[in-house]
Design a protein around this ligand. Structure first.
Ligand SMILES: [Zn+2]
Length: 198
């Protein structure tokens, strides 16, 4: 039987995506054996993330400043907005270095099953951004899942009234695939071959 402290940390880690109770316990053991090195570094990094990172009020990216580095970068094209479900998708797309515009993070996807409604996402803020003018193209870069595609269709419909070209990532994305897990080549190709919605 492990000590209460170990149990507490293991159950906290087990809540992380991709970690189950068993791997969480192994991670704790690994860290305990490296208290002065790896654990110390982890504590410093976690404190930095907690203290320094903020959500960009414009796009929803997470960065050390607001507006974020992407929104503040004058070299990026403000006439194109790429809409993604989560910040991890934004990072994945931006690693591919192909999209030169700006982003909009929805904060999830529409889901009847999980009770996620349009007002739970930042769709209203997106419509406001586009409605304010100066945007020529909205690229819908939802995951190739049923919920992702439902979300893309919903947003495309809402954008219909606005004078903006709406495109989405081409297929070639594996069905059921999540952007975050794709290699950069596949992502770059999907972005390059984006096409009008509908
Ligand atoms: Zn931003």
């Amino acid at each position: 039987m492990a000590s209460q402290e170990i149990e507490n940390l293991a159950s906290a880690l087990a809540r992380l995506p991709g970690l189950g109770p068993r791997s969480a316990r192994r991670a704790v053991l690994w860290l305990v054996k490296r208290r002065e090195t790896a654990l110390e570094q982890l504590l410093v990094s976690m404190a930095e993330v907690k203290d320094k990172l903020v959500e960009c009020p414009t796009c929803g990216n997470i960065d050390t400043r607001a507006p974020c580095g992407i929104c503040a970068d004058p070299r990026r094209d403000s006439r194109a907005i790429c809409v993604v479900e989560d910040v991890s998708d934004l990072w994945a797309l931006d690693r591919a270095k192909l999209f030169t515009g700006r982003y909009h993070v929805l904060g999830g996807r529409l889901s009847a099953l999980d009770g996620v409604r349009p007002e739970d996402l930042t769709i209203g803020a997106l419509l406001e951004r586009v409605g304010a003018g100066g945007v020529d193209e909205v690229v819908l870069a939802m995951n190739a899942t049923l919920e992702g595609q439902t979300t893309a269709h919903y947003i495309a419909e809402r954008l219909e009234e606005l004078p903006v070209r709406v495109t989405q990532l081409a297929h070639g994305l594996p069905v059921g695939g999540e952007l975050d897990y794709l290699d950069e080549g596949t992502l770059a190709q999907a972005l390059r071959a984006r096409r009008p919605v509908g």
